[in-house]
Design a protein around this ligand. Structure first.
Ligand code: SER
Length: 314
């Protein structure tokens, strides 16, 4: 097994790279990103490739050079940045995915790429959103995620590429900050709770979204990639979730550790609009049944761990 991860210096990739190196061996996981240099630290101990996913020849050359058998394609723009720069979001999210899938097809490599809760829209049932349901997103990010799910299905059906994917909710982590999503408030709030004892949220009280702590997200990727293909009916778009909460619930949980913590609100209409168009909670029973999805962290255990780890870091 030889893995290439694109966008590997981002929020997911920086932790996935280390987890996969731990599991498959440092020499067997190639970290790649558009950044010129790999930052110092543990991640720099393995191979780093500077890779622009808009350059198909460069991806193909890296795959060939390292004898890659598994690709994890993470390079993408998130929802809020996508609304600010829709053309670029289309180009990177669709063009980059297409290039990476073409390389996987030629190299006969297995392929994982994440979809998102953003693949749903205002017409989708909001509570316990079913696995198979209406998907009419109203953001450019969401449009690219639905199209991406379909494109991955196509590469499996037409060419037999072993494509797999999950619809991630908001991901909360302390290693690397998320890059311009709608759910980022649920990460920032922990930093500000420790730094300032207060947080001003751009997402309104009462706005529920699905969330997940990064260790569960990493486990989801590894477990799905290792799952028995015969059991996978919903290859490219498994609903996965670990919890659903709104800002007041998160603030109340933080207050159990930092009693003086306060939250107030200054709503960003763009990100609030995006959040309003997404589900309140997902039904992840297909992932549980088909490959044993079983998240370990809830709001309480995530909050204890986040605050402890961040305290050390800050
Ligand atoms: N966390 C992502 C975002 O907010 C959702 O996939 O854009």
């Amino acid at each position: 097994m030889k893995v290439l991860i694109t966008g590997a210096l981002g929020q997911i990739g920086s932790e996935l790279t280390l987890a996969m190196r731990h599991r498959y061996g440092t020499a067997n996981v190639v970290c790649s990103d558009i950044k010129e240099e790999c930052p110092p630290g543990e991640i720099a101990e393995g191979v780093y490739e500077r890779l622009d996913v808009m350059d198909p020849q460069a991806i193909a050359a890296a795959v060939q050079r390292h004898g890659v058998t598994h690709m994890v394609h993470l390079a993408a723009l998130l929802s809020a940045v996508g609304e600010a720069r829709p053309t670029l979001a289309w180009e990177i999210n669709m063009g980059g995915l297409f290039n990476a899938l073409e390389v996987a097809r030629e190299a006969k490599a297995a392929f994982f790429t994440p979809s998102s809760i953003a693949a749903f829209g205002p017409g989708t049932p909001v509570q316990l959103t079913p696995q198979d349901t209406i998907q009419r997103p109203t953001t450019m990010y969401g449009v690219t995620k639905v199209a991406g799910e379909l494109l991955c299905d196509y590469y499996f059906l037409k060419y037999g590429v072993d494509t797999r994917g999950v619809r991630f909710p908001g991901l909360i982590s302390y290693e690397t900050l998320p890059g311009g999503g709608t759910t980022d408030y649920a990460v920032h709030i922990y930093y500000e709770a420790l730094r300032q004892g207060k947080y001003t949220s751009y997402i309104d009280a009462g706005t529920y979204m699905d969330m997940m702590y990064m260790p569960d997200a990493i486990a989801a990727i590894i477990n799905l990639m290792e799952a028995d293909p015969h059991k996978l009916t919903h290859r490219n778009a498994f609903n996965v979730t670990a919890m659903s909460f709104e800002p007041e619930m998160l603030a109340a949980e933080i207050r159990k550790h930092i009693p003086a913590f306060t939250i107030d609100y200054q709503i960003d209409p763009v990100r609030q609009g995006i959040a309003n168009s997404w589900p309140d909670s997902l039904d992840d029973s297909a992932a549980r049944a088909e490959w044993g999805w079983n998240p370990q962290y809830d709001l309480a255990s995530m909050t204890s761990d986040m605050l402890a780890k961040l305290k050390g870091k800050l």
